[in-house]
Design a protein around this ligand. Sequence first.
Ligand code: SF4
Length: 364
Amino acid sequence: MGLEQVIKEEAARQGFPLAGITTPDPPAHLEFFERWLAAGWHGEMAYLASEHSRQRRADPRLLLPECRSILVLGVPYDPSRQEEGEKGEGNKGSIAAYAWGEDYHSVLKERLQRLAAFIEAQVGHPVPSRVYTDSAPLLERELAQRAGLGWIGKNTCLIHPRLGSYFFLAEVLLGIALQPDPSFTVDHCGSCTRCMEACPTGCIGAQRSLDARGCIAYLTIELKGAIPEELRPALGNRIFGCDVCQQVCPWNRFAPARGDQAFAPRQDVPAPDLPAELGLTADGFRRKFASSPVLRAKRSGYLRNVAVALGNVGEDAALPALEWAARANLDALVREHAQWAVERVKSRIKKGDSPQSRKERRDI
Ligand code: SF4
């Protein structure tokens, strides 16, 4: 068995069922990415446009001068289904599936380091390496496509024909020459445009581009200030990320029902009770989301999102928690979004259109 196969089999044992090999050649999508930056579609994510990142994105060898091969890996997580958790009934929020459990950065880094050590032991001499999972300026999805793992869908996710798109990507840059895998060349999206039509803010453009400034993942995680008022209704009950473009993708019908259980959902995380979340103290937030990707939003951003979700789907019973947050929360950002939500809920009650009154009408 060749070294490439030995490495892939060990990768599978270490929890990376998807593995492929490519070269550190400059990425073909670089020009496209530069145009995306020039259009300002990265919003406030200034780190993407820094000279330091641009140089490394253009030439992965700047991350590891000895790099001769890149091992690209994929780890599935539990998929979120369209029917589950996004109705907002009973004052429930919705968190994107990748963030239901442990933070992938820490879980995968340890596995990647073990895999790099295994490769060194197989080769029998020191091998320069670097390991990354969404933690370096690499065009990860292009590398994955080049390594044969799947194609980049119109929703901009990497899609594997058997596993769908609910998986994390990771890379090991290696200072040894390995035989690269054939790149994945078929575009299985065909004439489908479901993700583009379903996107709540319409931020998926032509040619597999996405205006991050309208993406709910950006608005609820990366954006640190106020969410533009005109976009708030489109968030629905989503308080951290969004899975819509993956939920509607027909290729996720084939995704396994369970992903890697290191990322299994924690209790009460996929669909939290929104009024209770609004009462989370700084300590409570840190405890609830210890070693979870949700920490990235920080408490201020998280409570801002919770307030917006209640403004969109909150039932009458949520008003006291919202009014308290609008009056007494120490964070001005949270107070402003809570006040916006109070007015939306009251306006619905006045029109007799709250989720509670709709339910009562159904029950008569
Ligand atoms: Fe491609 Fe359709 Fe999936 Fe969008 S929903 S990524 S167009 S297959």
